[in-house]
Design a protein around this ligand. Structure first.
Ligand code: RNT
Ligand code: ZN
Length: 412
């Protein structure tokens, strides 16, 4: 008997069908963020990263051209099993022949190379307007700016991105999730917390008044609690974005680095599922703050996955990764983090969900704890290895990445 067959029997004895788990996992799409490959720099501006987010580290081999980034994404994707989508930011527009378009004038043609890339690989594209790292961010503000020129510039950017998102969906035949996140906020105690929020609300209304096909583009709105240099106040707080999403009929997005350190996104998912047909997640790992460390197979990642799986919500949750580590091999960072999201999902799929829920309903908390703890020492690794084998992906990826580093990355 192979290790998989033995493990399968052990799971069967616990009432879990490993074949069903593997078949479910292979159809789950993870939207992989392109910005891990170049430390959130992009190709459209010489500005350094702003918006209260930061990459630290100077590991060699960062992608600095579209060709390099695409090659690195291909390398990472070859080591990541399952279904993937490419998550692009507007600042990754590709200009050719000396041409340039500012953020308020971006068009689908500036993403033609990405469309070709996605089509050749049979994957969809998600999109993000880039409201940071740009001279039109004035005093840290974009859509909430009191300066009409600034606010209008960014509204136009949002509208153009909506058009580009719809174009992505039409070209790839796969719906596009377009996420809005603005860095707007204040370092110190504001005198007026309401006015910027009213302007943000108005700006979102203006962006969303552009007609778009809601079956092709899902607009999501991401909240945040604070940023570097924006410690005291964030315009797009959790309450603001949730209220706006509900009122406007768009999709709320939770990034698990965007809450106070003792708040858990795993506990928030069910509340949002109770009120929304779809919800969206940025899976990351904050260490003491929104540090965007590589996702690990830690308790919270597992619990987030459990919430999605136990509530039968795999088709209701848009799962994306969002982290950026420049201190280690960037491709390894990609592969490790995305695989950990998938491992967490598999872990959840291998739990006897129905039985556990029934134990809770019966107030049999003794047996529930017993089962929860026993599940932790089940031969999960053998099922994961089987998944990788079926997907034609090797379990051990370090040597492949090291080889690519020596052959490609260090020569850049
Ligand atoms: C920032 C948000 C946002 C960004 C990306 C680059 O705190 O998490 O999602 O990380 O848009
Ligand atoms: Zn995020």
């Amino acid at each position: 008997m192979t290790r998989y067959e033995e493990a399968k029997k052990m799971y069967e004895a616990m009432g879990v069908d490993t074949e069903k788990a593997l078949n479910t996992l292979k159809d789950v799409t993870i939207s992989v963020h392109c910005w891990q490959g170049d430390d959130v720099v992009g190709f459209d501006s010489k500005e350094s990263l702003s918006g209260g987010i930061q990459t630290t580290g100077n590991y060699p081999g960062k992608a600095s051209t579209p060709e390099e980034l695409m090659a690195d994404i291909d390398m990472a994707f070859s080591l990541i099993p399952g279904k993937k989508k490419l998550n692009l930011h507007a600042c990754y527009a590709i200009f050719e022949n000396g041409e340039f378009a500012d953020r308020d004038a971006l068009e689908p043609k500036h993403f033609q190379k990405w469309i070709d890339f996605a089509k050749e690989r049979g994957i969809g594209i998600d999109f993000n307007p880039t409201f940071f790292s740009h001279p039109m961010v004035k005093d840290g503000l974009t859509l909430s700016s009191p300066c009409e020129d600034v606010r209008k510039f960014w509204v136009k950017h949002g509208i153009q991105c909506l058009k580009i998102s719809e174009h992505f969906a039409n070209e790839t035949g796969i719906p596009c999730v377009m996420n809005i996140w603005i860095p707007d906020g204040y370092k110190d105690i504001p005198a007026d917390r309401l006015a910027p929020r009213m302007r943000f609300k108005k700006s979102l209304d203006e962006i969303l008044s552009t007609p778009y096909d809601k079956s092709k583009v899902y607009v999501t709105l991401e909240s945040k609690v604070f940023g570097i240099g924006l410690e005291s106040y964030t315009v797009g707080s959790a309450e603001f974005t949730l209220s706006y999403s509900t009122k406007a009929g768009i999709t709320p997005l939770m990034d698990n680095g965007h809450y106070h350190p003792t708040e858990l996104v795993s506990d928030k998912i069910s509340s949002l599922l109770a009120f929304n047909e779809k919800i969206a997640l940025h899976i990351t790992r904050g260490v003491r703050w929104d540090s965007d460390h590589v996702v690990l197979l830690d308790d919270e990642t597992k619990e987030i996955a459990k919430e999605i799986v136990f509530h039968d919500a795999l088709d209701r949750v848009f799962i994306a990764t969002d982290y950026f580590d420049a201190s280690i091999n960037r491709i390894s960072a990609w592969v490790t983090g995305v695989r950990n999201v998938q491992k967490a999902l598999l872990n959840a799929l291998l739990l006897p969900a129905q039985q556990m829920k029934q134990l809770q309903e019966n107030s049999d908390f003794t047996q529930l704890m017993y089962l929860q703890e026993e599940a932790k020492t089940m031969p999960f690794g053998d099922i994961w290895a089987e998944f990788l084998t079926r997907e034609g992906v090797e379990v051990a990826y370090y040597n492949k990445i090291k080889n690519y580093e020596e052959k490609v990355l260090v020569k850049r």
